[in-house]
Design a protein around this ligand. Structure first.
Ligand code: BV8
Length: 243
């Protein structure tokens, strides 16, 4: 970490991308998908996060999403989210936060340029008309329906569904022009999101308590948690930006 902080002070990166996964929200109390106690250890993906599952059992899928929505409403952003919020507000720093997460913790920590690759758990979509609208509070019926009578679904990207192309293209462009890519709390197993990390031509840092397929590729891996590792990195970049 010491060499990294010296490098960041020297090189003063300005075009920065933070690529985050479920691990950045773990210390806020939101379970991850694949690490110990993760969601996929108790639920089967095919039962919950696919369009087929929703077609089969919209009420079961909505029950799972409503429980996650309630959980996210009840927690706070952690020090890692807040550090990225600070970083993005500095006038000399061009920060893009690219997240696989569907929670709103980055926004609640002050990040205002967040690319949600997999959508938002607090936005819903009419299955017939395709229009979307924000909805933070719980529905009082399960499954909820649009005024037109059709089912509403969470406006997230399920397995087997394409990502929003504009969002993916914006994310790819940001990574390609980044001087510094900080990959925080992702198992780097879900594509095409994970593939973004390999597109960086700058310096790549991975922050994760365990090894991932990205570990061998990143110039530096920090075996730590997001709330421990992100704030000192951000403080060093901000110090250099002011220096
Ligand atoms: C698509 C829904 C095509 C929202 C999610 C290429 C190669 C291989 C497979 C594929 C491929 N292309 C497509 C696929 C199939 C599939 C896929 O990638 N499967 C994987 C599992 C093999 N991809 C898709 O289906 C994608 N669609 O490509 O469509 C297409 C094109 C045209 C037309 C039709 C179709 C769609 C993928 C999106 C799926 N939806 N979620 C929701 O309800 O959340 S993915 C789900 O996984 C979440 O969004 C989550 O964010 C994401 C990734 O997981 P991570 O964020 O990495 O979380 P995970 O638990 O895995 O890891 C957490 C990490 O944090 C761990 O490493 C842990 O050590 C670390 N950690 C823990 N605590 C901390 C920490 N780190 C730091 N600090 C801590 N305190």
């Amino acid at each position: 970490m010491k060499e990294l902080l010296e490098r960041l002070s020297r090189e003063k990166p300005e075009r920065i991308v933070a690529l985050t996964g479920a691990g950045i929200s773990a210390e806020s109390g939101i379970p991850t998908f694949r690490s110990a106690g993760g969601l996929w250890n108790t639920f089967k993906v095919e039962d919950l996060a696919t369009p087929e599952a929703f077609a089969r059992n919209p009420d079961t899928v909505w029950q799972w999403y409503e429980s996650r929505r309630a959980q996210i409403r009840g927690v706070e952003p952690n020090a890692a989210h807040h550090a990225l919020g600070r970083l993005g507000r500095h006038p000399r720093v061009d920060l893009t936060v690219i997240t696989q997460n569907v929670d709103d913790l980055h926004e609640r920590a002050g990040s205002n340029h967040v690319l949600h690759l997999h959508g938002s758990i607090f936005r819903v979509r009419c299955c017939s008309e395709g229009n979307t609208f924000d909805r933070r509070e719980a529905f009082d019926v399960n499954p909820p329906r649009c005024d037109c009578g059709s089912l509403l679904r969470p406006d997230v990207v399920w397995f087997g569904e394409p990502l929003d192309l504009d969002t993916l293209n914006a994310a790819s462009a940001a990574v390609e022009r980044a001087e510094l890519l900080i990959v925080i709390g992702t198992s780097a197993t879900v594509y095409p999101a994970a593939g973004l990390a390999w597109m960086c031509r700058g310096y790549t840092i991975e922050i994760n308590p365990v090894e991932t397929s990205l570990t061998g590729y990143a110039q530096l891996t920090i075996r730590s948690t997001a709330s421990n590792a992100v704030p000192p990195i951000v403080d060093t970049i901000l110090g250099a930006a002011d220096g």
